[in-house]
Design a binder for this molecule. Structure first.
Ligand code: C6P
Length: 417
């Protein structure tokens, strides 16, 4: 794809004007080059306006009152839920549970599904590239139930080594919990194939889609995933809102995770009857304005279109690989751009990632440094930390050049040859 065809499909300058923060210089007048959308994406004005609209015009609690404001806000929230259903191509709107984020969604499944259906000797299959959010809850539930955690290893270029599946997937495997896109390597995993293989041995499949949902069209039916988790804030929506998709029969078979208001049908002195889906898993007051804001973010992103988004972000990733490959002593982790999303993690010989982060910030280039909540992956890579640039559709090829220039500047400061 050439630059001109991309410009026809995605007008980056027009898109950038939708994001107020992108036009605001940092202190000292440094132009902002925001390359940390993998941590959290910037918010378009329409999402900010929607949240303000909610608080200014129809703020009330949902599903509780019969008054006008309560009815209005409940309608808005349920419309947002329908937008999430449509985004994921889920069959039923009751399969969409609002949570506070990916972490909360995975913890919900690990506790409500894992503690009920796992027992000693059962196996939970994860991968070496998982975010801690898709590891620690499984470690906790393994400890509580006596289940055992097993890991799908990685190939040298940071993809899943599927040749290990024959041995790893057995009738003991009860859960495959896997990311659809690594937040460090950028690797896009073959979820449909993994799901098919896991189902052949009767295992359930949970997909951590935190990094995929903002970048590609997701179809949970095509994946045939049993559970899918993602966060609103990486999808250009507000913080504090997340989603758990679960197949209806599985959610119905699970007991509630948190107890409290909204999740009950009836409470007696000595017991309760849970509410129907999805309320059964939505105890307490929801992040209401945030859910409504997420609905607006979905409208915004889908109006741009995942095809245009994917093509543009791929171009940025290709350019970043080319530009960074020319820098002496720089190692990029993960597969070639054709196998990954718009994340480029790297290390520079002779420079600690925290120094890289600080020196790039002097040039206004905002990246993430550290272990990115993936310590087992970093142990596998034999590095304690990495630097990560993550691109969104509002980034430009000029910003990729600014990244490369800023890295060269960092090397000069440390007088690296
Ligand atoms: N990754 C990053 O900079 P929460 O915090 O619940 O919204 O998302 C957790 C999470 C789960 N899975 C993956 C693949 C993720 O990338 C993240 C969040 C951020 O990479 C913050 S550590």
């Amino acid at each position: 794809m050439t630059e001109s065809t991309i410009q026809q499909s995605l007008d980056v300058e027009a898109v950038r004007r939708d994001f107020p923060i992108l036009g605001k210089p940092l202190s000292g007048g440094r132009p902002l080059v925001y390359l940390d959308s993998g941590a959290t994406a910037q918010k378009p004005q329409c999402v900010i306006d929607k949240v303000v609209e909610c608080y200014e015009n129809y703020n009330a609690n949902v599903h509780r009152g019969v008054h006008s404001l309560g009815n209005r806000v409940t309608t808005e929230l349920e419309e947002a839920r329908e937008k999430v259903r449509s985004l994921l191509n889920a069959r039923h709107v009751e399969e969409i549970v609002f949570t506070s984020g990916t972490t909360a969604s995975i913890n919900l499944v690990a506790n409500a599904w894992g503690r009920k259906f796992l027992s000693a000797g059962d196996e939970i299959l994860v991968t070496v590239m998982e975010h801690h959010a898709n590891l620690v809850p499984w470690q906790q539930v393994a400890e509580a139930t006596g289940a055992v955690l097993k890991y799908i290893p990685l190939t040298a270029d940071g993809r899943l080594d599927l040749s290990a599946l024959d041995e790893l997937l057995t009738t003991k495997t009860k859960m495959l919990a896997v990311t659809s896109m690594s937040n460090v390597l950028g690797t896009i995993n073959p979820i449909k194939e993994l799901s098919n293989r896991a189902h052949q041995v009767g295992a359930a499949v949970l997909v951590d889609a935190a990094q995929s949902v903002p970048h590609e069209a997701i179809d949970v039916c095509d994946w045939d995933a049993d559970f899918v988790a993602f966060s609103g804030h990486k999808m250009y929506g507000p913080t504090g809102i997340g989603v758990l998709y679960g197949k209806r029969q599985l959610l119905e078979a699970m007991d509630p995770f948190l107890g409290g208001g909204n999740m009950i049908r009836y409470v007696y002195r000595d017991r309760f009857e849970p509410a129907d889906l999805p309320a059964k898993f939505e105890a307490g007051t929801l992040p209401i304005a945030q859910a409504i804001g997420l609905g607006r973010a979905i409208d915004y992103v889908t109006s741009i279109g995942f095809e245009a988004i994917g093509a543009h972000e791929h171009q940025l990733t290709v350019r970043a690989h080319e530009a960074l490959a020319e820098i002496p002593g720089l190692t990029i982790y993960g597969p070639e751009p054709s196998q990954k999303g718009s994340i480029v993690s790297f290390s520079i010989e002779g420079l600690h990632s925290h120094d890289v982060g600080e020196l790039l910030d002097r040039k206004g280039v905002e990246i993430r440094v550290g272990h990115h909540c993936t310590m087992p992956l970093h142990e596998h890579l034999e590095v304690s930390s990495t630097s990560r640039a993550s691109f969104a559709f509002y980034n430009t090829l000029e910003e990729v050049s600014a990244l490369a220039e800023a890295i060269r500047y960092a090397r000069e400061v440390f007088r690296l040859k």
